[in-house]
Design a protein around this ligand. Sequence first.
Ligand code: MD3
Ligand code: FE
Length: 223
Amino acid sequence: MTTMHTTFDLFADTEPEQPARAEQIGEQSWLLRGFALPDLEPLLPALDSLLAQAPLRHMMTPGGFSMSVATSSCGALGWITDRSGYRYSPVDPLSGQPWPDMPEVFRELAQRAASQSGFIGFTPDSCLINRYVPGAKMSLHQDKDESAYTAPIVSLSLGLPAMFLFGGFARSDKTQRIALLHGDVVVWGGVDRLRFHGVLPIKPGRHPRLGEQRLNLTFRTAG
Ligand code: MD3
Ligand code: FE
């Protein structure tokens, strides 16, 4: 090992950036533990600034219930729900204005995570921001509001930890539980794109940087 180790060290600064520790959680799904940690210094202020323009709000499901998760978006399209249904819209219904631009640091992070997971040329046109306070959850569902399922979805978790449920292609299929922590990025694509998934109720706690909440950003090609 020591001889080989020296060899790698000699080549270290001519090699491309070391891929992050990647854990395969599905045939075409990868958990990149702590992938975003080096980028949070520019990323969190950009997030604050876009949430000042398009505040998090509790949207109404088509069935008339207020979501426990508060949402906002940036990019050309934002995911919305109201009594008329779930869909993507170029306009924030709260302001009547376009959603804030997707910050370059968001887009670049999502592209880098996707390409490292085998999805070259990912061009997200939407970033959905979900805020969970303790007790908030997301029931098992599939993401089917996008125009095509060929692009992956890239998710970034921030703040309090979550227990993520990764299921199969029927709601009743057995689910795998995966803890998602501050700075973790997950890439879901290909054959895994339409798997059922959800989030168990967030446990009470306080994150040193984000306080008593979990934020999840999902990058999508929606249009
Ligand atoms: C697996 N959000 O916004 S992100 C959602 O943590 C959503 O807020 C969760 O599910 C959250 O729709 C999970 C991870 C995720 C997103 C989309 C997927 C996992 C997925 C699509 C297919 C399979
Ligand atoms: Fe989802």
